[in-house]
Ligand binder design. Sequence first.
Ligand code: ZN
Length: 241
Amino acid sequence: MSESESLEAIILRRWDYGEKDQIISFLSREKGRLQGIAKGAKASLKRFGPALDLFTWVKIQVRENKNTSLVFIEQAQALSNFPRLRQDYASILLASGLLELSHHLYKEGVAEEAAFTNLLESLKRLEEQGAHRRIFWSFLLKNFEILGWGLHLQTCFKCGKSLNEPFHFFDVEQGGGVCEECRVSSRKVFSLSLSLLEWMNNPYQDKSISPEEEVLLQELLEKQYAHHLHLLPDWNRFLRI
Ligand SMILES: [Zn+2]
């Protein structure tokens, strides 16, 4: 019998399995995204309480299952269930987006502590600051960086010149910023303002971005996401604020 171990995790998804059990998808600090079976979670609320609710930050006791990649969830104890976030519809929508992205961007069983930290910090920001869409965008930018899809925004990716002039262009196909001289006129590039560029270089600041800049940022990030996953995202359902 394999030994059980304790993981720190965020609950991403849960669904019923048979009469009494539930399958839980979670992102752990130690082992990345995993799926587990919680025996009796559907039949008895007492066993796990609210610890397996979506968004909950938990200490979870799991045991490996030799026959499948599903682990057995033996115990779960909530560290925080983000009570303020849960009372606000707009925050719930944004948080749902963070969970869905974490589920799609990270393969099962690939450990990536930075992905866990990014999700936890973003949920804490929603809890403390309320439903600000910039939290969703900075979460995405950080994930792109973790996945190696980082947007090279400080210097021109062709000539290395610093991008501190009033006009900048972003070439999605190349995943980087280009200066005026190096941009290829036949290719679609995004023109970025200096303030948006500064925000993207330091997205965790609590400074807001203008509605026009946000439209541009969303389009750019959607293109970048589609470029890597060959799938156009539908983020508007998380952004109705
Ligand atoms: Zn250049």
